[in-house]
Design a protein around this ligand. Structure first.
Ligand code: NIG
Ligand code: FE
Length: 411
């Protein structure tokens, strides 16, 4: 199968293969080619260039993209799309005055989702998650990280990870699985956190590793959940099983989670709504990607990650959705990009870099995804006819996508 996309108004994120991360001031630059073409063969971008240099190329399908923009699909490096049911009642409770913390303290929140998930069959869970995955692909996501963490027992965590593994097999998008081993202290261990830590370290991590169900390890490092000592214990155990850390840190409190992540060579540290100067210094001496989740801030009305500060300190930044039932029931990367511009004061160029190449870096796949490059996977968004790429974040809430191509095929 081959596809030729011709007369592209502007082709975004055209890079050399060796660019796998973009940092600091370089994030302000989005390399583009106006009046361009792209040639796809099988699942690969084999050629692109200016229409001025175009010569007659043979392809089974020719798409005329006059007036349209083409860009790499979004790389969503932080999601929890495998969950059961929803938490609409808690949403209403929050509108009526309860906080996210109040709800968690009365046994709702993550524990509520865990209870529902434990009572849901693997097949039913797969059905629910695959619907979400189809929706996010239609919205332009071509690579996605998916976490466990609503199981809270060995059996239920394995069930979640098996669902992720089935999604990975059945869908053309790139799926990267993460064991979110320590997400909340389950009801059964309410007064015995150490007992739960023993379960995670001695049973959960080895069982997941044995079935090769995860590549990454995550911990919700937060007051009232898991402290630095707990996080370190999980990381020590997981690293022995070759799981790479990607952590939830600094969502509500900053107390050294970033530094710990850097110490354990985390691929990414995510959330960072609360950030202090020490966190920035720690990141400056690392290969760890800071990840902001602006639709979580929007939904919970908590501060936005100071993305401007991070970029102005010379750091890279990635953007992801955090799609989950409690803090972000949305997997729309277009909204994330808009919100990063509107609320975090990222320029459209910075936001697009953060949602493509840097998102791919935060999943360890930026050698094959996240930019337009000969030899990279043919995962592309073709927009509707729009005035410019600035229009994407500007006209928020509108669907600008005409076609999504995944692995060289229309989705
Ligand atoms: O990333 N903060 C931890 N985990 C999720 C939310 C979990 C939930 O409320 O279900 C997050 O925001
Ligand atoms: Fe999350």
């Amino acid at each position: 199968m081959s596809i030729l996309i011709k007369n592209i108004k502007e082709l975004l994120q055209v890079r050399n293969t060796n660019v796998t991360i973009v940092k600091g001031d370089d994030m302000k630059v989005l390399p583009t080619l106006k009046n361009a073409y792209v040639l796809i063969e099988h699942d690969t971008i084999v050629e692109y260039g200016s229409m001025d240099d175009y010569y007659n190329m043979n392809a089974e399908e020719v798409i005329d993209a006059t007036g349209k923009i083409v860009l790499p699909t979004w790389c969503d490096s932080h999601t929890h799309i495998v969950y059961a049911g929803d938490r609409t009642q808690e949403f209403v409770d929050r509108i009526n005055g309860l906080s996210y913390e109040d709800i968690a303290n009365r046994g709702g929140g993550i524990l509520n989702s865990a209870k529902t998930l434990q009572n849901t069959s693997e097949d039913e869970l797969y059905e629910q998650a695959s619907k979400r995955l189809i929706e996010v692909i239609k919205m332009g996501t071509g690579a996605i990280e998916i976490k466990s963490g609503y199981g809270l027992t060995v059996e239920a965590e394995l069930k979640m990870l098996r669902v992720i593994s089935r999604l990975k097999k059945d869908f053309p998008v790139k799926v990267k699985p993460t064991l979110l081993a320590a997400h909340a202290i389950p009801e059964a261990y309410k007064n015995n956190k150490e007992g739960f830590m023993d379960l995670v370290v001695n049973e959960m991590i080895p069982a997941v590793s044995k079935e090769k169900l995860a590549e990454y390890i995550d911990v919700f490092c937060e007051k009232g959940y898991f402290d630095l000592e707990d996080t370190e214990r999980v990381l020590e155990a997981a690293i022995k099983h070759r799981l790479i850390p990607k952590l939830h840190v600094n969502q509500f409190n900053a107390f050294g989670g970033v530094d710990l992540g850097v110490k354990y060579k985390a691929l990414s540290v995510d959330h960072l709504e609360e950030l202090n100067p020490e966190d920035i210094s720690a990141l400056q001496n690392s290969n760890t990607m800071p990840v902001a989740l602006p639709s979580c801030s929007y939904f919970l009305s908590i501060p936005y990650t100071p993305g401007r500060k991070l970029i102005d300190a010379g750091l890279p930044l990635a953007l992801a959705t955090d799609y989950n039932p409690g803090s972000t029931p949305s997997g729309n990367m277009n909204f994330v990009v808009s919100t990063a511009c509107i609320k975090m004061k990222l320029t459209p160029e910075e936001a697009i870099n953060a949602a493509t190449i840097n998102g791919a870096y935060a999943m360890g796949i930026s050698n094959m995804y996240g930019s337009i490059c000969r030899g990279k996977k043919a995962n592309l968004i073709i927009t509707k006819a729009i005035p410019s790429y600035h229009y994407l974040p500007y006209a928020f809430g509108e669907n600008h996508i005409d076609t999504v191509i995944i692995n060289g095929k229309r989705f």
